[in-house]
Design a protein around this ligand. Structure first.
Ligand SMILES: NC(=O)c1ccc[n+]([C@@H]2O[C@H](COP(=O)([O-])OP(=O)(O)OC[C@H]3O[C@@H](n4cnc5c(N)ncnc54)[C@H](OP(=O)(O)O)[C@@H]3O)[C@@H](O)[C@H]2O)c1
Length: 244
């Protein structure tokens, strides 16, 4: 029996990168995992890898910017696996690293749409299902840039600052329902979002930082998933080596 046996986890952005790493690990720990993103081939591949390893999973095409598809995601989790216990709000996009003066307004809006409004849509759609289960957990994938912005990252930093505020508000609203809500800050992770060598990633995201693989974020996600529902909430857990 794994430590997440009998639990159902819904993970947005589970087609690649950090979300996929957590999906594979949660399934190995015994959870049934619903993998969501917009690219069918990628979420299908995550499900294949989970099933080949003996786990249980299903794929759901979701664009988190559309509330209705987030609602369908949790309905699918309920219909397929009987409910929802853990929600990883992980889907996100980067920005094209321009000063505010040079930023494209349409791109700025899109980053907020995915990273912040998408997180709101996912959390809102999840709440009735977690309440029906009598409690549960949400984890939101934040960023050090949401706590300390840097030049040229206004869209991304602002979206993640909003995500951290959303985490704290959700935690207070949901504490009476035994639903804990916490932020994970992974620090720099080698994924499609961070092209380039480790040195180049460090230069952009912080000298002296630990550049990780997606599997290095797993232990923190597993730790939070295995805490009691009345355990830590409204907290930010960071894997960074320093502030900013
Ligand atoms: N990599 C880092 O250094 C780092 C550091 C701090 C925080 N983070 C955060 O960690 C999270 C995961 O990032 P990652 O590095 O793993 O990036 P990634 O490899 O690019 O994965 C992003 C995932 O989000 C999905 N996604 C993007 N837009 C979506 C939408 N509108 N609806 C549904 N799914 C969507 C993508 O799938 P589709 O494109 O197929 O939809 C993909 O599965 C993000 O929130 C990111 O901000 C990353």
């Amino acid at each position: 029996m794994g430590e997440l046996s009998g639990q159902v986890a819904v993970i947005t952005g589970a087609g690649r990168g950090i979300g996929k790493g957590i999906a594979l690990a949660f399934a190995e720990a015994g959870a049934s995992v619903v993998c969501a993103a917009r690219t069918k081939t990628e979420i299908d591949q995550t499900v294949v890898e989970i099933e080949e390893a003996g786990g249980k999973a299903s794929a759901c095409l979701v664009d988190v910017t559309e509330f209705d598809t987030a609602v369908s995601l949790f309905q699918q989790a309920h219909d397929t696996f009987g409910g929802v216990d853990i929600v990883i709000i992980n889907a996100g996009v980067s920005d094209s690293k321009q000063s505010v003066e040079d930023s494209d307004p349409a791109e700025w809006t899109q980053v907020i749409q995915v990273n912040l409004i998408g997180a709101f849509n996912t959390a809102k759609a999840a709440i009735p299902h977690l309440k029906a289960r009598g409690g549960g957990k949400m984890m939101l994938m934040g960023s050090g840039l949401g706590h300390k912005g840097i030049p040229t990252r206004s869209a991304y930093s602002s979206s993640k600052a909003g995500l951290w505020m959303l985490t704290r508000v959700l935690a207070q609203e949901l504490a009476p329902h035994a639903i804990s809500v916490n932020e994970i800050i992974p620090g720099p992770v080698r994924t499609e979002m961070t092209p380039g060598s480790d040195g180049e990633i460090r230069n952009t995201l912080g000298k002296g930082e630990w550049v990780k693989g997606p599997q290095d974020v797993v232990p923190l996600a597993l730790f939070l998933a295995s805490q009691p529902n009345h355990g830590p909430t409204a907290q930010s857990f960071s894997l960074m080596r320093r502030d900013g």
